[in-house]
Design a protein around this ligand. Structure first.
Ligand SMILES: Cc1cc2nc3c(=O)[nH]c(=O)nc-3n(C[C@H](O)[C@H](O)[C@H](O)COP(=O)(O)OP(=O)(O)OC[C@H]3O[C@@H](n4cnc5c(N)ncnc54)[C@H](O)[C@@H]3O)c2cc1C
Length: 364
């Protein structure tokens, strides 16, 4: 047995914290791992898009139970501050906790300030409460919904638009590309296909111009405006890392890492909170977490023994997108339409079911 290995502390309560902590224990059960999180469960966010469409509640993953079963200590608190030189965290209770290696997995939340006026005049359905609030507004009689999408994560906005158009008759839906995402990431063919798909569902796709501000009942674009009695905006993200030194963070609060996922001596990061170096690609998605968790775990466990870090990220990874457009999907790789129809959705769904089963999800 490996006596005396230093402690790894993972901060965060979502998929990234869960997957990296489990991967560490699987790699080496002698590594002591503590997760600091006050979450009692993880909501399966990819299925939030079904909530305003009147569908079932998303599955729930029993976060502390899975961790404790794997021998991980869970401290039901939040981190409020850090002294990275002393390898020391301060919790919201005022208590302190020491680590030898730190993994930051605190995610990102909707950046409600990035688009002027959005904080006041829009809903951000990025968690369960806000998806339920969108459902409540639709049920209360909203008849024209504008869904603004794009930035770091365009998929969910397109998905909300398609699911609501398909399942909520009486609601007119307009999907508005906020920042030129369709041209930049989907390309002409996939854009045309998505436009036709949305039109078939009775929705419209607006790709002219970029969103400049949100007013009361109006999305103001550089070219024109869209009126709606309800505006949802899905995407601009801000990292949850204000407790870390600001010089480590980007303008949007993400923690900069190198290609080994290290942010500095004794500090690693994983999940939506991460900003990767130029030339690398790591979309803020569950599949990125699944792809990087074993490599991050390997480097963290290696760092405890003074091993050399191995690259986790590869240069030149393709840009892949496959939004769920309510019954069909379109697989796009580097702006090229690769597959469309039911098949990409079936491939995606079988991966989701496998994952949910492996994590004992309730309600799936
Ligand atoms: C509507 C929607 C649809 C999506 N669809 C898909 C999809 O189809 N496919 C896909 O791959 N991805 C999808 N995603 C993205 C996916 O859900 C995210 O990439 C994933 O949830 C990120 O996990 P995370 O653990 O990095 O961050 P989060 O899930 O944000 O978790 C971070 C956790 O850390 C906690 N935390 C924050 N600060 C502290 C602190 N100081 N101390 C302790 N804890 C803290 C937070 O409370 C939170 O529990 C979707 C996201 C949304 C919103």
């Amino acid at each position: 047995m490996n006596m005396g290995l230093g402690r790894v502390v993972v901060v965060g309560g979502g998929f990234a914290a869960l997957e990296v902590a489990l991967a560490l224990r699987k790699l080496d059960a002698s590594v002591p791992v503590t997760v600091v999180s006050d979450e009692t469960e993880v909501v399966y966010r990819p299925w939030l898009i079904r909530v305003p469409a009147g569908g079932q509640q998303p599955p729930i993953i029993p976060f502390p139970r899975l961790l404790e079963a794997a021998g991980v200590e869970v401290v039901a608190r939040r981190v409020a501050g850090a002294d990275l030189d002393q390898r020391h965290l301060v919790l919201d209770s005022g208590a302190a906790i020491d680590y030898e290696q730190l993994v930051v997995a605190t995610g990102a939340t909707a950046d409600r300030q990035r688009v002027p006026g959005a904080l006041r005049h829009a809903i951000f359905p990025c968690d369960l409460d806000d998806a339920a609030a969108l459902e409540a507004r639709i049920s209360a009689g909203a008849s024209h919904l504008a869904v603004v999408f794009g930035w770091e994560r365009p998929g969910p906005g397109l998905e909300y638009a398609a699911w609501i158009a398909r399942h909520r008759s009486g609601v007119r839906v307009t999907a508005v590309d906020g920042d030129g995402t369709m041209a930049r990431r989907f390309g002409d063919k996939a854009t045309a296909w998505i436009r036709t798909r949305l039109e078939r569902l009775g929705a419209h796709l607006i790709t002219d111009g970029t969103v400049e501000r949100i007013g009361e009942g109006t999305v103001h674009l550089s070219e024109g405006a869209v009126d709606a009695d309800l505006i949802a905006i899905v995407a601009p993200l801000r990292g949850n890392a204000a407790w870390l030194p600001p010089n480590l963070l980007t303008d949007y609060g993400m923690l900069r890492v190198d290609n080994t996922m290290a942010a500095g001596p004794g500090v690693f990061a994983i999940g939506d909170v991460v900003a990767v170096p130029d030339g690398y690609r790591l979309p803020p998605a569950l599949r990125s977490i699944q792809a990087t968790a074993p490599g991050v775990a390997r480097n963290v466990a290696g760092a405890l023994r003074g091993a050399t870090m191995q690259p986790v990220l590869e240069l030149g990874r393709p840009d892949m997108l496959a939004p769920d457009l309510a019954g069909v999907s379109v697989l796009v790789r580097d702006r090229r339409l690769v597959l469309r129809g039911r098949l990409p959705l079936l491939i995606r769904a079988s991966g989701e079911w496998r994952y949910l089963r492996s994590r004992s999800a309730r309600g799936s």
